[in-house]
Design a protein around this ligand. Sequence first.
Ligand code: DAH
Length: 345
Amino acid sequence: MNEKLPFDMDAIAKQAVDEIEHIKDEEDLEKWRIKYFGRKGIFATLTSNLSEIEQCLRPVAGMKINNVKKQLTTLYEEKKQSLISRMQVEKGKSVFNLTLPGLSSECANLHPITLVSREIVRIFQGLGFGVHTGPEIETEFYNFEALNTPADHPARDMWDTFYLDGQKKFLLRTHTSPVQIRVLQRLTVPLRIIAIGKTFRRDAFDASHSPVFHQVEGLMVGYDINFSNLKAVLTFFLKELFGSSVNVRFLPSYFPFTEPSAEISISCVICNGKGCQTCGNTGWLEILGAGMVHPEVFRKAGLRDENLTGFAFGAGIDRIAMIKYRIDDIRLFFLNDMRFLRQFR
Ligand code: DAH
């Protein structure tokens, strides 16, 4: 059907596009406009000749003409704008309309998790601790095995894990504790570090659980590190973070990678230890897990010196932020609602 038309619309379009691309001033652009769109221009001629085309071909021919016309009109407008702008720049005139109101951009605040993380870093840096992060994708070795949690160990039930492969070799770290091993392998003792970052568990997304959350890990290793050091450092940390009036409580606990292990609570900051909904009427809020590094952890990290001792601890940053800022729903940290985020400074 195409061949039967008495004109080649594609060739005309191609030529018009070719010409307009080479145009450099408004005068030539006007000549181009007259050539194609003028009263006696190409399109006018084509349209008036339509009546001479075979009746059945007319709709197709009309449509073709219109399509190309539309396309060339857009090109013409764009070219005109660009020539005008270029001319204004050349004449030293601004291409910007300075009277238009500006676009206002919302000024961001730091996220509450960032604020708490920075505060934790500040406290530990003041005590000489280095700051590490470690990878979020871990191997089964660093996340479990090296932390004295072999495959058949019941403590593996404590962490519902996102595995990344069928062999259960790669996973999203369920805690920041694997950074302990990485640091022990890389740094020389004595050492003291914290590690902060994202951690992942197959948890529900509800008011008190999120599959992504944040932890801070701590590790201090040397030749004379004992449980008193652990108590002193963590008591200092918690009083700096929550205020010097909080009481700190140490209770025996269990973790595969520490022996002995402790769970550490502060007196409830909402009710001052009297008992309320937040502390489940106990007057205490559990904040940290900690303990003396298990000798097996040193061995797994390749340290054979029997005289090494150390303490480690771990805490949930989201939980600390919730207590500090009185937030009752962990999901708020992840929803990016500006009304929520604007409140933190
Ligand atoms: N990794 C533990 C958890 O996620 C927290 C923890 C407990 C870390 C005791 C430690 C520790 O370093 O000593 O529940």
